[in-house]
Design a protein around this ligand. Structure first.
Ligand SMILES: Cc1cc2nc3c(=O)[nH]c(=O)nc-3n(C[C@H](O)[C@H](O)[C@H](O)COP(=O)(O)OP(=O)(O)OC[C@H]3O[C@@H](n4cnc5c(N)ncnc54)[C@H](O)[C@@H]3O)c2cc1C
Length: 480
């Protein structure tokens, strides 16, 4: 949608083809029985990227942002509760002196890593060899190239039972088993802890609505409930997009689905690499509020490593880290009075490479659902049958509609090279640009938006579209 917006604003005639009857993809919304849920993203980091997605094409961002405070509440197996803020003072108040020192050190390191990496790996176009070499020369050693994330945290003294799972978890934001993540992914912690988290008034889905409104205003043709089936290339360019409703001739294409799905559209072999994490989500509309929950709450398990052993073995963990999100704490309309719209998420394995008998897959999903409910119960965050008004599950099979094998972030960012995201190009398709969470700069709302505007910039140049965006429309006259 970000790519479509930038291209439409540059004067292209844009057709957006979406297989579902709703826009948003993973960032969808579900409403039932007076409850509203964002079905995917709830933690918005780098929120200025949302604003600039509109502003850089001359539009005013229509969204209202609220900072999250605390950023998140952490609940540990021994009952310890720690609220983490963007500000240091209240964050450190929950720590022992030794932990506070380690937190400061680890935060400073995350900042150094982020500030070195962001211009190349977040905000800039996919780096070629020259830019990678320049980054390597300037910052390579500081990025601890041979080390894993846990090694780095140990060296920083952030390896106690409180700080180790806390800092490791940020690598799951990009779909990694944190034990196999390279040290440089510690930079992700700064995006949240240093730069902060925001909520959008009206929920994450308000962004999807705002993008859709802007696209309609620019005259883009939004075709919902129509799936792309293949792309036909001639002389190294995509000439036709074949969909479930017919054939679209095109000058250029942005493909904003998982990269391996695009390979399939071109009739090419998919490249199997270790998949990033998938997820298991329970949306529960509850009659009453649990006062112990902050808007974002993480409940850590007894054994953080065992969670990823299970996932590496293709199974749902028996005792997963639980992420709980209740948007109704701020957006009161998201639940009936006194009620709670609880989003519960656990990490989950992507689906196996080999198609398996559906009974086997269903049995695994059932084990995952049972384990998640048992973990909620065991950790004291369960509910009685009478308290539950409505619920819905999303699992790796659900997410397989969006990403190859249900993976949420393309291939797993394991090891230094694995953390590099593929660029926006595919061979022999010069007018095709890839966008979305499986390519540079990566997954998550802000990065996926950036990938869209970067894909649009690549094609705008090729299509000879105007590069300067229209002036913002004059402000509406104020009444009275
Ligand atoms: C449960 C969950 C929690 C998350 N939490 C966060 C979070 O807190 N913060 C954050 O920043 N990010 C989070 N993310 C990640 C975030 O949602 C994504 O990175 C972001 O929405 C971008 O998605 P994407 O690029 O992977 O594309 P998708 O959302 O997968 O979009 C691809 C679109 O293509 C459509 N499509 C697929 N096949 C076809 C076809 N053949 N023809 C036409 N259309 C097709 C799909 O229907 C979909 O609309 C979360 C994701 C999930 C699932």
């Amino acid at each position: 949608m970000a790519a479509a917006l930038a291209l439409a604003a540059a004067g292209a005639r844009v057709t957006l083809v979406e297989r579902e009857r709703r826009l948003g993809g993973k960032a969808d919304e579900w409403r039932d029985a007076g409850f509203r849920f964002d079905t995917g993203p709830s933690v918005l980091t780098l929120s200025e990227v949302v604003r600039t997605t509109f502003e850089r094409v001359g539009l005013t961002c229509p969204l209202a942002f609220r900072p999250a405070a605390p950023l998140c509440r952490y609940v540990y197996p021994d009952g310890r509760v720690w609220d983490v803020y963007r500000e240091l003072e209240p964050t450190l108040a929950g720590l022992e002196p030794q932990e506070a020192d380690a937190y400061r050190r680890a935060l400073a390191k995350a900042r150094t890593l982020y500030e070195a990496a962001a211009p190349v790996f977040v905000h800039g176009p996919a780096p070629g060899l020259l830019r990678l070499a320049a980054y390597g020369l300037r910052h390579g050693l500081a990025a601890a190239p041979g080390r894993s994330l846990p090694d780095l945290l140990r060296a920083l003294g952030a390896d106690g039972p409180l700080l180790l799972p806390f800092f490791m978890r940020f690598a799951t934001y990009v779909g990694a088993d944190p034990r196999r993540a390279p040290a440089v992914l510690h930079n992700v912690a700064w995006a949240e802890l240093g730069l902060g988290v925001h909520h959008l008034e009206g929920g994450t889905y308000a962004l999807v609505r705002a993008l859709a409104d802007a696209l309609e205003a620019l005259g883009a043709d939004l075709r919902l409930g129509e799936a792309v089936e293949r792309l036909v290339t001639r002389a190294g360019t995509v000439r036709e997009v074949h969909t479930t409703r017919g054939v679209l001739a095109c000058d250029a294409v942005v493909a904003a689905v998982d990269r391996e799905l695009v390979s399939g559209w071109l009739g090419r072999r998919r490249r199997e690499r270790t998949a990033s994490l998938s997820g298991l989500v329970l949306l529960a509309g509850l009659r009453a509020r649990d006062q112990r929950l902050a808007r974002h709450t993480i409940v850590f398990p007894e054994d953080y490593g065992a969670e990823f052993d299970a996932i590496a073995g293709g199974e749902h963990p028996l005792d997963p880290t639980l992420y709980l999100h209740v948007s109704a704490l701020d957006d009161v309309g998201d639940a009936p009075p006194g009620g709670e719209n609880r989003f519960v998420m656990a990490n989950a394995p992507a689906l196996p490479i080999e198609p398996e008998a559906s009974l086997q897959g269903e049995a695994r999903a059932e084990r995952g659902r049972a384990a998640l409910l048992a973990s909620l119960e065991r950790r004291g965050f369960g509910w009685s049958e009478e308290a539950l008004v409505t619920s819905r599950w999303l699992d790796p099979t659900t997410f397989a509609a969006y990403g190859h094998r249900g993976r949420l972030y393309g291939h797993a960012p394991h090891g230094l090279l694995g953390a590099l995201r593929p660029g926006p190009r595919l061979r022999l398709a010069a007018n095709l640009a890839l966008a979305g969470g499986s390519v540079h700069p990566g997954g998550g709302i802000p990065l996926a938006l950036l990938s869209g505007t970067q894909a649009a910039a690549l094609l705008a140049r090729r299509l000879g579209l105007r590069r300067s965006w229209p002036a913002p429309p004059p402000a509406a006259p104020t009444r009275g």
